[in-house]
Design a protein around this ligand. Structure first.
Ligand code: PEP
Length: 249
């Protein structure tokens, strides 16, 4: 099944109002690559302004709370993201799983809340270095998939992002063979649980993707796009990744 490539920028805790020009340049360039779905997930503070300035563009959050409202100081609920103009949200990023102690059950609850608020979801999984080195990466990631992917969703509303933790922000990337083995294993696990829907779901790769390695990584079997951190902060670095995805169709 042909799946549209999906390239998503995760700005993390980067971006003041002055960075809006980069988003404008990215979305303007993306219009020239209509075969690729492009999204930017800026910090919460920029979502409303970015969505308002870019009608029709996909702007997302980097996290949401699993509750719709309540006494959760500092948190942002999925309906608030939607209200601000977001159409998607990242959940389960390793910087939240590790840094904020989020469990698979937490991530699943966040994904369910996001879907319920009408957002689409990018659900992150990925193994630490020691697990990769011990040979347990596939089992580790499949356990995350089993524990954090919700039971019910539209195939076009939930994408998995495989992000080996040791590859995030380090300049290290797995071999294409390792990426293909992991993405194939994730798709097989999804097929065992969701039958035909698994073929329509997108599985993104994330971890030190840049303009030089994007074509090789995005061209690997079962890789349907990229979740990009550092190289998504400027149009100069991000647009070549979008172009590489477009060249692959
Ligand atoms: C990320 O944190 O989602 C990520 C992939 O970061 P980077 O591209 O900087 O490795």
């Amino acid at each position: 099944m042909a799946r549209r490539k999906y390239v998503v920028g995760n700005w993390k805790m980067n971006g003041l109002a002055a960075a809006m020009g980069e988003a404008e340049a990215i979305f303007a360039a993306a219009k020239g690559h209509a075969a690729v779905d492009v999204a930017i997930c800026p910090p919460f503070t920029l979502i409303g302004a970015m969505a308002a300035a870019q009608p029709g563009a996909a702007v997302g959050g980097q996290d949401c709370h699993s509750a719709a409202s309540g006494a959760y100081t500092g948190s942002v609920a999925a309906p608030m993201l939607a209200d601000a103009g977001a159409t998607l949200v990242i959940v389960g990023h390793s910087e939240r799983r590790e840094g904020c102690g989020e469990s698979d059950a937490d991530v699943q609850a966040k994904a369910e809340a996001a879907l319920g608020a009408g957002l689409s979801v990018i659900l992150c999984v990925g193994e630490p270095r020691e697990v990769r080195e011990s040979g347990g990466a596939i089992d580790y990631v499949l356990a995350q998939v089993a524990g954090s992917v919700p039971a019910d969703f539209g195939a076009d509303r939930l994408a998995i992002a495989y992000e080996p933790i040791w590859a995030i922000g380090t300049g290290l990337v797995p071999t294409v063979a390792d990426v293909e083995a992991m993405h194939g294993a994730i798709r097989d696990a999804l097929a065992a649980r969701f039958n035909d829907k698994a073929q329509a779901m997108r599985i993104l790769y994330g971890g030190s993707v840049n303009g030089e390695n994007a074509a090789e990584l995005l061209g690997a079997a079962d890789v349907d796009g990229a979740l990009v951190g550092g190289a998504s902060l400027t149009a100069g670095k991000f647009v070549p990744i979008v172009a590489a995805a477009a060249a692959l169709g």
